[in-house]
Design a protein around this ligand. Structure first.
Ligand code: NAD
Length: 293
């Protein structure tokens, strides 16, 4: 068996086209979805991610604004800016680019974001919503994985899902989202003993550990769907996932490549969450006339 390689770039393009159409519908009501990105410090990787987010907004007709603070900026100043953005009706999504410098408490800053503008889905209110299967802001990376599975019409209900990685931003929300779809879910992490005894049972295996080559073909069930969330930079500069792509591809039914699999979906789902937030805002506002200018 040779797996079908899921083309994340192609699916991301389709979803972005949907987002653009939804943004145009809102424009007819004089509403342009707006995203505010807050970055503190000069982490080079964060700089790349932030630029990608701003560029992606432009591509689909969203307004974006970047609030880039110096490394030494105090927490109070960041909280002040969030407060202003919470009140700003032109902003429908606020995200904090992580990591933050150590003198800023991540939880305090995340909890300061209005739960109605929490497009990353990291506010405890939205985390709770995810647990009970009722959030409007699914965290972007697992949301992207779910969208890839839906696009490929891969059934989830009743299947064995193994998620390798238990972080708050990927592994845990991924497990909750697939449990909500009635999968039988197992979460593995760095302290799991004998990882293979779990992964070999997976009909759908999601690797999100950040360990290159962790998932080799002998730990994968024949015909499994293998989703590689990992992004690992090799010493030579190339990017690889957590899955031994060439070997596992010979055994799986579907597989995502790195790059070009889950990666392009993450920013795309951020756009979806921002547009969705603006649509809910429009619903609360009631009908507004289109601008005559
Ligand atoms: P993290 O470091 O916060 O969490 C990693 C998780 O993997 C932890 O739960 C840890 O216990 C587990 N783990 C580590 N080594 C393990 C091992 N040997 N066996 C089993 N479990 C192990 O990382 P994260 O933020 O969740 O990201 C995970 C990976 O996904 C990274 O490579 C990251 O770059 C990538 N990522 C990709 C995207 C994307 O858009 N594709 C988005 C976010 C993260």
């Amino acid at each position: 068996m040779v797996a079908k390689v899921i083309d994340g770039n192609a699916v991301a393009r389709l979803v972005r086209t949907e987002c653009r159409q939804r943004a145009e519908t809102l424009k007819a009501r004089n509403i342009q979805p707006g995203l505010a990105v807050i970055m503190v410090g000069n982490n080079p990787a964060s700089g790349v991610y932030v630029r990608n987010k701003v560029k992606a907004c432009e591509e689909v007709g969203l307004r974006s604004e970047l609030h880039h603070f110096h490394e030494n900026t105090g927490q109070a100043q960041v909280l002040d800016v969030i407060d202003g953005l919470n009140r700003n009706p032109a902003i429908h999504g606020i995200l904090i680019q992580l990591p933050l410098p150590p003198h800023i408490q991540v939880r305090t800053v995340l909890e300061a974001i209005s739960r109605d503008k929490d497009v990353d889905g990291f506010h405890l209110y939205n985390v709770g919503g995810l647990v009970v299967g009722d959030t409007v802001f699914p965290p972007c990376t697992p949301y992207g994985v779910q969208r890839l599975l839906e696009h490929e019409r891969i059934p989830i209900e009743g299947r064995n899902v193994v998620v390798v990685g238990a972080s708050n931003i990927v592994g845990k929300p991924m497990a909750l989202m697939l449990m909500q779809k009635n999968a039988t879910v197992c979460i593995c992490h760095a302290k799991t003993r004998d990882l293979a005894q779990f992964t070999i049972l997976a009909d759908i295996l999601v690797a999100a550990a950040g360990v290159p080559g962790l998932i080799k073909h002998e730990v994968v069930k024949t015909g499994a769907v293998v989703i590689d969330v990992g992004i690992n930079r090799l010493p030579g500069g190339g990017l690889v996932g957590d899955v031994d792509f060439d070997q596992v591809r010979q055994k799986a039914s579907y597989i995502t490549p790195v790059p070009g699999g889950v990666g392009p979906m993450t920013v795309t789902m951020l756009l979806c969450n921002t547009v969705g937030s603006a649509e809910r805002f429009a619903g609360r506002e009631g009908p507004r006339p289109a601008s005559s200018t």
